[in-house]
Design a binder for this molecule. Structure first.
Ligand code: HEC
Ligand code: HEC
Length: 199
């Protein structure tokens, strides 16, 4: 009786696992924005000077450290803070944390992030830098001050998304979403393409 129950439980677990694998496969086009931002940070912070094959001081990355260990490593290297330029030391420290989170996400999803389209990397970096997750849940991560962006690609077209980034208040009179009119066209388009993939 107990044995049968165990087998039943194993079958149930396998079905659930197959289910989640399918879900991941469906979302293959939408690599998490954190991992995409991390990929860009890896390039901008020149991690490859030591970690890419062929680098003068080549050290292979065998396993990704946790965020605390990685933060200590990056702090020791005194790498430039590139996600946001901020004069206030307090804000700089905060930004540094965001960079570590993104780098860890990248190292944990390296193959997928390396295979992602260039404009998705641009989108992930821009959306992380602009703090969209301070107000939106994207791929299950983030706050819900504004709507969860799951399925948003099925709700709007590209033109709507870009016009809304430029002036949310043109759509929702008292929207608390900031205007992103200052962002380069390339970033606005990339963010729209990424969100369109979140069907
Ligand atoms: C100046 C060279 C240098 C740079 C730049 C550098 N690293 Fe490293 N990194 C090392 C060395 C050397 C080690 C192995 C020695 C150690 O344990 O500290 C290492 C270890 C690591 C490890 C653990 C590897 C393992 O499998 O144990 C990770 C993860 C890592 N680095 C990530 C990064 C990231 C991300 C960046 C960029 C933000 C970066 N490193 C920049 C030299 C560098
Ligand atoms: C200060 C909070 C805040 C920030 C930061 C913010 N948003 Fe919003 N966003 C909102 C609110 C509130 C709404 C709902 C009202 C509206 O549509 O303007 C919204 C709506 C949206 C919608 C429409 C959602 C739907 O279901 O119709 C999209 C798409 C969107 N935001 C994307 C973004 C992106 C991308 C960023 C970062 C570049 C961002 N938002 C940053 C608060 C924010």
């Amino acid at each position: 009786m107990m044995k049968n129950f165990k087998q039943f439980a194993i079958v149930l677990t396998s079905i659930t696992m197959i289910g989640s694998v399918n879900l991941l496969a469906q979302n293959a086009a939408t690599v998490d924005i954190g991992a995409l931002a991390g990929r860009q940070l890896y390039v901008l912070k020149k991690c490859g000077d030591c970690h890419n094959q062929g680098a003068a001081k080549f050290t292979p990355i065998k396993a990704a450290w946790d965020s605390t260990k990685l933060a200590a490593h990056v702090e020791a290297l005194k790498l430039e803070n590139v996600l946001r330029k901020d004069s206030s030391p307090r804000r700089q420290k905060k930004t540094f944390g965001e960079e570590i989170v993104a780098l860890v996400a990248y190292l944990q999803n390296r193959e997928k992030a390396d295979a992602a389209a260039k404009n998705f990397v641009t989108a992930g970096y821009a959306m992380t830098r602009e703090g969209c997750r301070n107000c939106h849940t994207i791929n299950g991560i983030g706050k819900e001050v504004g709507p969860n962006l799951a399925g948003v690609g099925g709700k709007h077209d590209k033109k709507w998304l870009i016009d809304h980034f430029v002036s949310p208040q043109a759509f929702v009179k008292d929207s608390m979403m900031p205007k992103f009119e200052q962002l380069p066209k390339e970033e606005l388009e990339a963010m729209a393409d990424y969100l369109l993939a979140l069907k």
